[in-house]
Structure formats: structure tokens, C-alpha cells
Design a binder for this molecule. Structure first.
Ligand SMILES: NC(=O)c1ccc[n+]([C@@H]2O[C@H](COP(=O)([O-])OP(=O)(O)OC[C@H]3O[C@@H](n4cnc5c(N)ncnc54)[C@H](O)[C@@H]3O)[C@@H](O)[C@H]2O)c1
Length: 455
């Protein structure tokens, strides 16, 4: 028997389930609550509702410590610390929608010694508002701690067990100390601060990372125009330890359930308090334009896209997840269809999820080779590891056309070109530019149709 205290986790999605399994690994009994009855029934049968490396094994390993229920009382009865990991999606205004958070707050009873530990990403001031709500409704014995989550989908289990830091925002009561004790075995730096600052750490971190991505995407776009290779530029920048190499990979824009909504929420939060956060407006705009740049590249090679068959490899917003929320593939597929193209798509893991979200009319292929069959162009959208090992001769044989747009700079340009295909990455110079060695070497071999499109 572990002497660690039992805890509750409310919301068993990407964050909640990983948090629950992670604490179970540390020895805690965890009472997991969700309003989604099907999800809870599945979890009780050992079915993991999401794809997250290592999660299924961890849940199975600690099945005895993990208790699943749709009844919040099961958590209230056994645990004083209740982690909240419900969704905070964007609302129409761009502010975070806190309906689920306040529904949890509203379900807390008047009696008992409990604390809500907020893992959900919420606007600065939410903790203050929740505490006020507790006081106004006679539940002033309830404690509140902000403990934002920084895990990354695709490596969430590892991130939970090896966090860069744990941020705990509290009012100096027992609950903050109890949370610190829970995380102590991870030997990570633990930062204690006030609630509002902890809330801001999360929003500011995501906004900064998104800014880094939009920045390198702009450098890539300028590199493309000027003949520089952004991969070399990023390598040169990243070795400066004030900059660092991470988040310097250009691509076709960031997506996912966090960056777009958190950047927008911070921008709105600033606006609501009277401050115009100009930089974030640019970060968002660059990102939106970046998702559409692929269209220009395809048109430059293929001319009009009407009736052209375009294969999308990868649909999830990043590799190693089935999460399709705000994935760039959704915008890209819609835009391609808008241009009159036929879209065929393949993703190794996210296909089922994608089928609910992709625009009507997209074809789904069973594997890479079926996806590229008779395609005029292939676009790498998500850099799943298996796409790095594709046999480009086989692909060239199956395709109708010869255009390959590498939206993540994840392919080997030489391997693609040596199969007789035309490679275009992001910010790596343009095929057709005099500076491009492939073109200088083989200009005469270019089919006449290439490069004849507008723009
Ligand atoms: N996904 C990430 O990578 C990540 C990383 C850091 C922080 N976050 C933040 O964590 C929060 C959760 O994100 P997620 O991706 O895990 O969301 P999710 O949609 O995967 O999971 C949310 C879960 O909460 C449940 N739920 C909703 N209302 C509920 C209620 N009243 N009571 C009990 N359960 C309820 C839903 O049924 C769902 O299972 C968000 O605020 C998000 O911004 C997410």
C-alpha cells in the first residue's frame, strides 16, 4: 500500500488521463471523473480513448490504482485534491470558453476540506473569479491552486514524469504545499508563486513558442525569395544559446488544441484589459497565411488546381498524436477543394478522427501508396517518422504528376529528386530558381508543364 494521498482528476482527456496515469505511477490512487459516459465505460474496460505513446501500458499497469466514474462524489469522498483537466476551447470571441470549468466549480459541495487544482489552461484572473464564486456561495473552505500543464501530446507521459518545471500558484494555504508534495518525487524544479502569475506562465509560454514558430516561418518565406536555405539558417541561429534550436523548424503553420487557442486567448485577455498585444496579432496572421502557402506552391507547378488530384500525407496536427484539433490539414484540404482540386488523404493514426472533421468529399486512403496513386502532387503535412522512409521510386511510379511539396522539411530532397520528382520544401529555395543546384544540373530535363502556373 502506498502512503501517498489519493487524488481526484476531473476530465479524462489528453491532460487528465495522462495526469491520472502519471500520479498512479508515483503511487497515488486516482479517482478519475468525466461526464462522458462512453469514455468512462471504455476506460473501465481498459480502452484508451486517445493515441498517446506509453499511455495504454501505464493505465494497464496501474489499473488497480485508477478508479473511473461519472459521479463527482466518488472523487470528493476519497480525495481532497481535485485536479481539473476539462477543456477550455476557444469561444466565438477568441476568449477561452470556461463553461466546463465553471460547471465543475458549481458541482462542488458546501461542506468538506477540498482544493481545486487547475490544470486546464485558463485566462489570468480565473482563479480569482473562482475563489470569489466559492466565497459568494458559502464554500470559503474550498482552496484553489493553479498548476498549469506543459505536457506535449505525442510525448505526454514522458513529459509528465520528467517536467522541465512544475509551476504552483497559490495563496499560501495547505493546498499549495500538498501539491508540492505530490510532485516532489519527480525531482523537477518547483516554482511557487501567486495564482495570477502561474496562470500567465502558461499563456506566455505557449504564446512565446507560437511566436518562435511564426518567426522562423517568416524567415523561411524570405529565404525562399532570396535564395537562402532556412534549414542552414536555423542551424546557425539555434547554436546561439540565447536562441536554442527548438521551435526553429519552419512548416505549414502551427495547429493543435493549445497554441491557436492560447495565443488567441492571451490576445483577447490583453484586449479586454485595454492593451493591444500587436505582436500576437502578427503571430496569428502569419500562421494563417502559412497554412495557405502550399496552395501557391502547387499552383506555381501545376497551374490551375481544378481537377488535379492532391495527396495529403499526414493529417494530425503533429506526429505521434491522433489529435486533429486545429490541424493545418483541415484548412489545407478545404482550400484545395475551394480551388477545385480532388483531395485524397492518409494518416497512420489520426484517420478516424479526421473523418469526423475533414471537409466533405475528401477521399481517405488505406496507406501511402494508395494515397499517391494517380496524384498530380503529394503534400507532406505531418512529419510522421514512417514518411521519412518512403520509397520515392515506388511513389514516382504510382503518381500521375511529379510534384512533392514537403510542408515540414522532413523529407530528403535528394531522395525525392533522384526518383525524378520535383521537390519543394519550406524556405529551402525554389525549384526553378537559378540558384537551385538541381535545376542548374538538370534544367533541360524539366517537363514543359512545370513552372508554367501563375504566381
Ligand atoms: N492537450 C494538450 O496537449 C494540453 C497541454 C497542456 C494544457 N492543456 C489544457 O488542458 C485542458 C484539457 O485539455 P485536453 O486536451 O486534455 O482536453 P480534452 O478535450 O481531451 O479532455 C477534456 C475532458 O474533460 C471532460 N469534461 C468536460 N466537462 C466536464 C465536466 N464538467 N466534468 C468532468 N469532465 C468534463 C470531457 O468529456 C473530456 O473528456 C485544456 O484547458 C487545455 O488547454 C492541454
Amino acid at each position: 500500500m502506498s502512503n501517498r494521498e489519493p487524488i481526484g482528476v476531473i476530465g479524462t482527456g489528453y491532460v487528465g488521463l495522462v495526469t491520472a496515469a502519471g500520479f498512479a505511477e508515483l503511487g497515488n490512487d486516482v479517482y478519475c471523473i468525466d461526464i462522458d459516459e462512453a469514455k468512462i465505460a471504455g476506460l473501465e474496460r481498459g480502452e484508451i480513448p486517445i493515441y498517446e505513446p506509453g499511455l495504454e501500458e501505464l493505465v494497464a499497469k496501474h489499473r488497480g490504482r485508477l478508479h473511473f466514474s461519472t459521479d463527482i462524489n466518488d472523487a470528493l469522498e476519497h480525495a481532497r485534491l481535485l485536479f481539473v483537466a476539462v477543456g477550455t476551447p476557444p469561444s466565438y470571441s477568441g476568449d477561452a470558453d470556461l463553461t466546463a470549468v465553471f460547471s465543475v466549480v458549481g458541482s462542488m459541495p458546501p461542506e468538506g476540506e477540498h482544493a481545486l487544482i487547475m490544470k486546464s489552461t485558463v485566462p489570468v484572473g480565473t482563479g480569482r473569479a473562482i475563489k470569489r464564486r466559492f466565497e459568494e456561495t458559502g464554500r470559503s473552505n474550498f482552496r484553489y491552486v493553479s498548476c498549469p500543464e506543459f505536457l506535449k501530446e505525442g510525448s505526454a507521459v514522458k513529459d509528465f514524469l520528467n517536467p522541465d518545471r512544475v509551476v504552483i500558484g497559490d495563496d499560501g494555504d495547505w493546498a499549495g504545499d500538498a501539491v508540492q508534495e505530490l510532485y516532489a518525487p519527480l525531482n523537477a524544479p518547483i516554482l511557487r508563486m501567486d495564482i495570477a502569475s502561474a496562470e500567465m506562465v502558461k499563456l506566455a509560454s505557449n504564446a512565446f513558442l507560437a511566436t518562435k514558430i511564426s518567426f522562423i516561418n517568416e524567415i523561411a518565406n524570405v529565404s525562399e525569395e532570396t535564395g537562402a536555405d532556412v534549414s542552414e539558417v536555423a542551424r546557425g541561429m539555434g547554436l546561439d544559446d540565447r536562441i536554442g534550436p527548438k521551435f526553429l523548424q519552419p512548416g505549414i503553420g502551427f495547429g493543435g488544441s493549445c497554441f491557436p487557442k492560447d495565443v488567441s486567448a492571451l490576445k483577447q485577455l490583453a484586449g479586454n484589459s485595454g492593451y493591444h498585444f500587436q505582436l500576437l496579432s502578427a503571430v496569428i496572421e502569419v500562421n494563417e497565411l502559412q497554412k495557405r502557402k502550399v496552395i501557391g506552391k502547387l499552383k506555381r507547378s501545376l497551374g490551375s488546381l481544378v481537377g488535379k488530384r492532391i495527396a495529403l500525407l499526414g493529417l494530425a496536427f503533429k506526429p505521434n498524436t491522433d489529435d486533429m484539433r486545429e490541424a493545418s490539414s483541415l484548412v489545407l484540404a478545404g482550400r484545395l477543394q475551394g480551388e477545385g482540386a480532388e483531395v485524397v488523404a492518409f494518416d497512420p493514426i489520426a484517420m478516424e478522427e479526421a473523418k469526423h472533421l475533414m471537409p466533405h468529399g475528401v477521399d481517405f486512403a488505406d496507406d501511402e501508396l494508395s494515397a499517391v496513386r494517380d496524384a498530380d502532387a503529394v503534400v507532406l503535412v505531418t512529419e510522421w517518422e514512417q514518411f521519412g522512409k518512403l520509397d520515392w521510386n515506388e511513389i514516382a511510379g504510382a503518381m500521375r504528376g511529379e510534384v512533392v511539396v514537403d510542408g515540414r522539411n522532413a523529407l530528403d530532397p535528394d531522395a525525392v529528386r533522384s526518383a525524378g520528382l520535383r521537390y519543394e520544401g519550406v524556405g529551402r529555395g525554389r525549384e526553378g530558381d537559378p540558384a537551385d543546384p538541381a535545376v542548374v544540373a538538370g534544367a533541360d530535363a524539366q517537363p514543359a508543364s512545370l513552372g508554367s502556373g501563375p504566381g
